[in-house]
Design a protein around this ligand. Structure first.
Ligand SMILES: Cc1cc2nc3c(=O)[nH]c(=O)nc-3n(C[C@H](O)[C@H](O)[C@H](O)COP(=O)(O)OP(=O)(O)OC[C@H]3O[C@@H](n4cnc5c(N)ncnc54)[C@H](O)[C@@H]3O)c2cc1C
Length: 382
């Protein structure tokens, strides 16, 4: 078999091969584009647990990419809420191999300079393309709002004991983790990874700075001990740390000459830290924009409006004090299911996002309303 010749100018050069860059390379190649991608470690195996709501995933993703699906998972605030959606844990290695197949040419290298039509690599070489897409992620700068979490993998019986029989818990804000109302809260996240592996993770949703990993580990073990669960010392551990907002140099994705994608472009929901499903779903929009030289599909006015509303949501989360954060989620999980889903997942429906925020505001206590108003009027965050 002969290798296809490399064009002098590629249709698209993608910088960064995380889930977003890989999804875009895969879909752009499927659309017939000549694609080159660059990453310092393009063959690094992904190891994070990626999860998403089932209705967020694109139709082209084969079912094999989903490892487990839980219908109507639970959330706990001061009481139990049933979430009227299906929550999926992705099979990370299958997802990576699906996206890696038929995805153009891959170069191992670090991009040191990006322009809208060229990428200079650390070895001095330059890649030219009709479009360059920056998919370098958010990194984990301490100056940015970050999510942190510490998790252990246990067997399903242990998990059932820890979760009182719930099949999956999206957030459990109960304070049986050794904290007092004045401590920055964290929640328990519990999902089946496979038939015989279950992740229990103590999570700091967002902080600037976030809770340290060591504190989350202590809280997780305290919580499980309170529930009569002992974690075997040989259990696998997952450590999570990433920024939920793009670095300032990435600017606002939709106002820049450089095309950005994935978490780098603000596709990460700043209130949850989720971006993988959004990147999978939006890859085709960007491919169509690239094919006709526009940016109106990925960053329609609707998507820009939702992004602004979500940044306000992030400011509210960062401004809420320890005592009020769990109460805030009580109001969120009391929203009608379609408004919860719109707020979490729909990046093209500002009306529904606003309706969710307005309903929350009206339901909230005076203290929380005050924080929402201050966050709306003052852009800076404490
Ligand atoms: C343990 C863990 C669990 C998580 N769980 C979830 C989850 O359940 N759901 C979810 O949606 N998200 C989850 N996240 C967040 C998730 O990792 C990000 O949403 C996602 O990785 C963002 O994808 P991305 O492709 O935009 O950026 P990244 O995954 O950050 O990829 C960026 C890529 O760019 C490359 N790169 C960086 N600099 C350069 C350069 N100069 N030149 C070339 N390449 C470069 C990097 O090597 C990297 O491969 C989790 C994160 C962690 C750590």
């Amino acid at each position: 078999m002969t290798a296809s010749p490399r064009p002098a100018i590629w249709d698209v050069a993608i910088v960064g091969l995380g889930p977003a860059g890989r999804a875009l390379a895969h879909r752009a190649t499927a659309a017939g584009m000549a694609v080159v991608s660059v990453d310092p470690l393009p063959h690094r195996a992904w190891s994070a647990t990626y999860a998403a709501w089932k209705d967020e995933l694109p139709d082209w993703l084969p079912p094999a990419a989903v490892a487990t699906a839980t219908h109507r998972p639970t959330a706990w605030t001061t009481r139990r809420h049933t979430l009227e959606r299906t929550y999926c844990v992705l099979d990370t290695s299958k997802l990576q191999s699906i996206l890696t197949r038929d995805a153009g040419t891959v170069l191992a290298g670090r991009a040191v300079d990006l322009s809208p039509t060229s990428v200079r690599l650390g070895d001095g070489s330059t890649v030219k393309a009709h479009a360059v897409v920056d998919a370098r992620g958010t990194g984990d700068s301490p100056d940015l709002a970050q999510q942190t979490a510490y998790g252990v993998v246990v067997d399903p019986d242990t998990a059932a004991h820890a979760l009182g029989g719930d099949a999956a818990v999206f957030m459990d804000w109960r304070r049986d983790n050794g904290t007092s109302p004045s401590d920055t809260p964290s929640f328990l996240y519990g999902v089946p990874l496979t038939q015989d592996r279950f992740l229990l993770e103590e999570t700091c949703l967002v902080g600037r700075p976030p809770l340290p990993m060591s504190e989350l580990a202590v809280r997780l073990h305290d919580r499980l001990r309170q529930r009569g669960v002992a974690v075997p010392s040989h259990s696998d551990v997952e450590r999570v740390r990433f920024a939920v907002e793009p670095p300032p140099e990435a600017g606002r994705a939709h106002n820049s000459d450089l095309v950005r994608f994935g978490a780098r472009a603000g596709l990460m929901h700043p209130g949850t830290g989720y971006s993988v499903a959004a990147s999978l779903l939006c890859a085709d929009l960007l491919v169509r924009d690239l094919l006709d030289g526009s940016n109106g599909r990925l960053w329609s006015w609707r998507a820009r409006s939702v992004a602004s509303l979500r940044s306000l949501g992030l400011r509210v989360l960062l401004n809420l004090d320890a005592e009020h954060l769990p109460e805030f989620f009580e109001y969120f999980f009391d929203l009608p299911p379609q408004l919860q889903a719109a707020y979490l997942s729909d990046r093209s429906n500002p009306r529904a996002t606003l309706a969710a925020m307005r309903t929350m505001f009206l339901a909230s206590s005076g203290d929380i309303r005050g924080v929402i108003l201050r966050s709306t009027l003052r852009r800076e965050v404490r």
